[in-house]
Design a protein around this ligand. Structure first.
Ligand code: DGL
Length: 266
């Protein structure tokens, strides 16, 4: 059996991909992981697709220079704008993310699904194609959520401002009777408790982080890229922004305990 001890690369515009990182850590605990937060160019979601493509190329180049064996684009906006381009340019496998329209459409009981994501994701062709392919007969109601990602980047997940923004974005979807809500941006799972509070028990929340980790596991297996290591893999963080700020927000979002369990360095 082939063995490959190079690290996995993950990138996002900031801390959003950390939820995906945690899922990958729990499914593939022995793998070394290099996480790149492109915080200097955050947010991606309000920028032109061509700009996001350039940023995604630069982030990928940074990871490839570090010798990664696979790249997880842990950002719906970057996957939507750049995933096909990245696959053309680099000979390594990529795992990207799209809003989970397929499971939401399969699971909705009343045929009404809400999707929250960045403007870039919702306006892209990838999203239109997903809806056309998987949501036949389902009413898909979308809502872009400016400033929510900024809140998460500040480590704010339950403040009155967060709840106020969530009400502004989610109340109109609730008024249209959605029974399923897709979290179409990797920053939003950090707001899950606040979102649950706003939407109540009747709405099923769908977050793709675990499914992405499962896909990473499948790709490692099918490409014979698994590492051979006894102990826990090492997590290393890179950021294009200020390191101390990134360290603080990682500790705030994942908790000091989780940070300790990431044997990482900045
Ligand atoms: N986390 C990114 C996503 O999944 C977007 C955040 C941003 O706007 O930079 O879409």
């Amino acid at each position: 059996m082939a063995v490959d001890n190079r690290p996995l690369g993950i990138f996002d515009s900031g801390v959003g991909g950390l939820a995906v990182l945690q899922e990958i850590k729990s499914l593939c605990p022995h793998e070394d992981i290099l996480y790149y937060a492109d915080s200097a160019h955050f947010p991606y979601g309000s920028q032109e697709p061509q700009v996001v493509q350039q940023l995604a190329m630069a982030a990928t180049a940074a990871l490839v220079d570090e010798g990664v064996k696979l790249v997880v684009v842990a950002c719906n906006t970057a996957s939507s704008a750049a995933l096909s381009l990245l696959r053309q340019r680099y000979p390594i496998p990529f795992v990207g993310m799209v809003p989970a329209i397929k499971p939401a459409s399969a699971g909705t009981r009343n045929g009404r699904v809400g999707v929250i994501a960045t403007q870039g994701t919702l306006q892209g062709q990838v999203f239109a194609d997903l809806v056309a392919q998987f949501a036949e007969g389902v009413t898909v109601l979308t809502q872009a959520c400016p400033y929510l990602v900024e809140m998460v980047e500040d480590g704010e997940t339950a403040s009155p401002q967060v709840l106020c923004l969530l009400h502004r974005y989610l109340d109109p979807l609730l008024a249209q009777d959605i029974d399923t809500l897709v979290l179409g941006c990797t920053h939003y799972p950090f707001l899950r408790l606040a979102i649950e509070k706003v939407v109540g028990e009747g709405v099923t929340i769908i977050d793709a982080s675990h499914a992405v980790a499962q896909q990473v596991e499948r790709v490692l297996n099918s490409h014979h890229l698994n590492c051979q290591r006894e102990g826990q893999g090492r997590v290393t963080f890179l950021t294009s922004g200020p390191q101390e700020r990134f360290r603080e927000v990682v500790a705030r979002l994942l908790g000091p305990q989780a940070l300790l369990s990431l044997t990482g360095s900045l």
